[in-house]
Structure formats: structure tokens, C-alpha cells
Design a protein around this ligand. Structure first.
Ligand code: SF4
Length: 401
């Protein structure tokens, strides 16, 4: 499919909206009331620190809602205001935050249901309104909704669109897109739908495997088994890795995306003459500023003298998980939670999600005496949620001293 032409045609359609509807003022007031926090504002102004009795909270200097998320949530609220009576759907969670998604449900914005492991678009009728979330939707989904004559409100973050444009460039010059991401993540699903030939690599270990295959060849069947579900139909590692372009899921670890890009650049220089590099390798800077800022702030936070860290954000939020990875890498006890409800004040326990495992309970998670706690939150976490967590920490410590 000519995805570029399709997108251009879609963008010219009267049924397609990617800007607000002129209700910003009204919506901003509601959003401030529902998601902003005076406490967090005060902590920001107090050099990102607050001390109450024997507890000091150190907030990361960049955390929480990024502008792409704020924009998407505001557009969803504006859509409800603009279409007060219409049936409104959203193709996926607008962002990876349970409280925001719950609010949308309360506003009668319905999520496309799943049937037998797939989204069931048969529930959407012609002329209904459908919101595309911040991390976008696949070309196939957009086409289906356009064919149904739905009103499409596209909240895709411009940073994500920037990656799609890179992938279009790879396609135009017959390069295979190597996407650093999680193949099942909605953003990567959307990004790969713009590619002709693609391969998704999760991390440096996988990237090194691919690099080695490019340089030395290997077992094709083993390759295809290892990357099952992570490549385009008909992908052949023996012929489809001669020209590669790098793309990324915008919320991956910035340092890893950069290192993977460098690895493939060097791989192509080794395999082909460095003077031929441009014929075999393409890369554009598509790392989102917000992800970068939050990760840099976390890297500063872990250098401080902290007793533990609380990382707040949806469990399916990639950028939050990466913040958790950083604290684990620095061997600081850390707890990834998605809301203040995970903290049980009276019992001094916390229900949290360590990397790669299920939720678990930690009893007596806050000890007696003075304590310094680092706090950060992912790009889809409202300040109100961070406030709730901090208040619960103070309340717990008050009981145990
Ligand atoms: S994290 Fe970056 S790419 Fe994702 S929504 Fe926010 S600004 Fe956009």
C-alpha cells in the first residue's frame, strides 16, 4: 500500500482532525482541576525537594506528563466537548495511565473491545467518532475507520509521526527498517505498519545478534525463530539486511537506541567500504526530547544519597519501565507502582512490580528514622497521582516514625 499517499489523502479529508476544536480554555480548566497538583507545584518551586518530619522527598527534575501526552489528553477532552451526543471510541488506551483511561470511560469514551485476541472494529458504526491515541494507530486501522466514514480525531504525538516519516524514507530507498522497540507495543505496531520491510530489535543483545548475522551469516531458521513476530511478512535475513535504516519506539532507553544505531553504522562500515556507508545505512534523530529529559533527570537522581526510589506510571508504560531499569541498574531499592492505591498506609506495605515479574507485596517497606526517597514518574502520569503517592508516604511514616 502507498501509505504516504493514503495519509496525505486522509489528512485532507473533512472527517479527519489533528488539531483541537477551539475549546482549549474550557478543557484546560478541567484538566488542571483533575490532573494538576498544588503540592507538586510547590515541590518544583522548592528545588524539587520537600521534607516533612523525618522524610525527605527528592523529585526528579523532569518527570510526569510530557507535552505529547498533555496534548493527546486535551484533544480527547475537547472531542467530548465538541461531540456531546455522538458515540466516541478510542482505538487503544489514550496513554498508559489507568486513572486517565478511567476518566475517559466515565466520559463515555469507549475502548474498542478485543475479540479472540484481536480488536473488534465491527462495533464501530459509520459516522461515529474515533480517537487515535498518543502513540498512534496502524495504517490498517486508519484505513478501516476511513472506509467506515468515521470522524477520526488523531492525537498521535508529532514525535511519533517523525519516526513514521523516517520509516517512509527507508521504504522509499528500499532500506529495511530496523526498529528499536517492543514488537507488540502499540507504537511499534503502528510504526512498522508504515514500513515495507522491517525487523524489530528489543535490545543490544538482539542488535548484536543481527549485526553478527550481517557480518558472518548464520542459521536462517534460528534467526527467524528468535525474532518470531518481530519482522515483516516474507522477511529474509540473508537478503533483507544489506541496506538498513534505524527507527525507534520513542520511549525506549535513549542511550540504548543511540548505541544500537552506532552498532549498525559500524557493522555496515565493516561489511562494506566506509565510502559506501550511505548506500547501506540510514539514521535520523528521532529520540523524543521528553523521554530523554526524564531519563537524564533519573540518571541525576540516582547519583544522590537515597534510601529508595518510587517510580510511578502504568505497568505497560515503556518509558516508566525504563526509569525503573535505571534505578535497578544503580542498585537502589525501587518500587514501580501505577497509583497511590498500591501503598497501604496502615500496614506499611506496598504492592509493586519489579522488572520482568508479576506484582508483589513488600511488607515494612518504609523503615524507622530519617529517610530520603527519590520519586519520579513516567510521561503519562498526572501530577495528582504523584501527589497522592507522596501524601501516602508521609502518612505511613507518621505511623511508624
Ligand atoms: S513521550 Fe515523547 S513521543 Fe511519547 S507522547 Fe510524550 S512527547 Fe510524544
Amino acid at each position: 500500500m502507498d501509505t504516504k499517499t493514503f495519509k496525505r489523502t486522509l489528512q485532507q479529508s473533512d472527517n479527519y482532525h489533528r488539531k483541537g476544536f477551539g475549546h482549549q480554555e474550557q478543557v484546560t480548566a478541567t484538566l488542571n482541576q483533575e490532573y494538576q497538583s498544588n503540592l507538586i507545584q510547590n515541590i518544583r518551586q522548592n528545588n524539587y525537594q520537600i521534607t516533612r518530619e523525618n522524610v525527605t522527598i527528592r523529585l526528579a527534575e523532569a518527570f510526569g506528563f510530557c507535552w505529547g501526552v498533555e496534548r493527546a489528553v486535551a484533544m480527547a477532552y475537547e472531542t467530548r466537548t465538541h461531540f456531546p451526543q455522538e458515540k466516541i471510541w478510542i482505538t487503544n488506551e489514550i496513554i498508559h495511565n489507568p486513572s486517565v483511561n478511567q476518566r475517559l470511560k466515565e466520559m463515555n469514551v469507549d475502548f474498542i473491545p478485543f475479540k479472540e485476541g484481536k480488536k473488534d472494529f465491527s462495533v464501530v458504526n459509520s459516522n461515529e467518532v474515533v480517537i487515535l491515541p498518543a502513540f498512534g494507530a496502524s495504517v490498517g486501522e486508519m484505513q478501516l475507520l476511513n472506509d467506515k466514514n468515521c470522524t477520526i480525531v488523531d492525537t498521535t504525538c508529532p514525535w511519533v509521526s517523525k519516526v513514521w516519516n523516517s520509516v517512509e524514507k527507508h521504504k522509499k530507498r528500499s532500506y529495511t527498517s530496523i526498529i528499536h522497540g517492543k514488537y507488540q507495543h502499540e507504537e511499534t505496531v503502528a510504526t512498522s505498519s508504515f514500513a515495507n520491510i522491517y525487523l524489530v530489535v528489543l535490545n543490544m543483545e538482539e542488535a548484536k545478534y543481527v549485526s553478527n548475522y550481517i557480518l558472518n551469516g548464520g542459521d536462517r531458521t534460528e534467526f527467524l525463530t528468535k525474532f518470531k513476530n518481530a519482522y515483516s511478512e516474507g522477511f529474509n535475513p540473508d537478503t533483507d539486511l544489506e541496506r538498513v535504516g534505524i527507527a525507534n519506539q520513542t520511549t525506549m532507553l535513549k542511550s540504548e537506541t543511540e548505541a544500537i544505531g552506532k552498532l549498525f553504522e559500524q557493522t555496515m562500515m565493516k561489511k562494506y567500504n566506509p565510502t559506501q556507508l550511505n548506500e547501506h545505512f540510514m539514521s535520523f534523530n528521532t529520540i523524543c526530547d521528553a523521554t530523554q529529559e526524564r531519563q537524564d533527570a533519573m540518571l541525576n537522581l540516582v547519583k544522590e544519597k537515597l534510601d529508595l526510589i518510587v517510580v510511578i506510571g502504568g505497568f505497560n508504560s515503556s518509558n516508566t519501565t525504563h526509569l525503573q531499569e535505571i534505578s535497578e541498574e544503580y542498585n537502589i531499592p525501587s518500587y514501580h507502582i501505577d497509583s497511590g492505591d498500591r501503598i497501604f498506609v496502615l500496614d506499611n506495605k506496598i504492592e509493586h512490580k519489579p522488572l520482568e515479574t508479576d506484582l508483589e507485596i513488600k511488607n515494612n517497606w518504609l523503615g524507622e528514622g530519617e529517610i530520603t526517597i527519590g520519586v519520579t514518574s513516567g510521561a503519562s502520569t498526572p501530577d495528582k497521582v504523584v501527589e497522592d503517592v507522596i501524601e501516602k508516604i508521609f502518612a505511613t511514616k507518621k505511623l511508624i516514625n
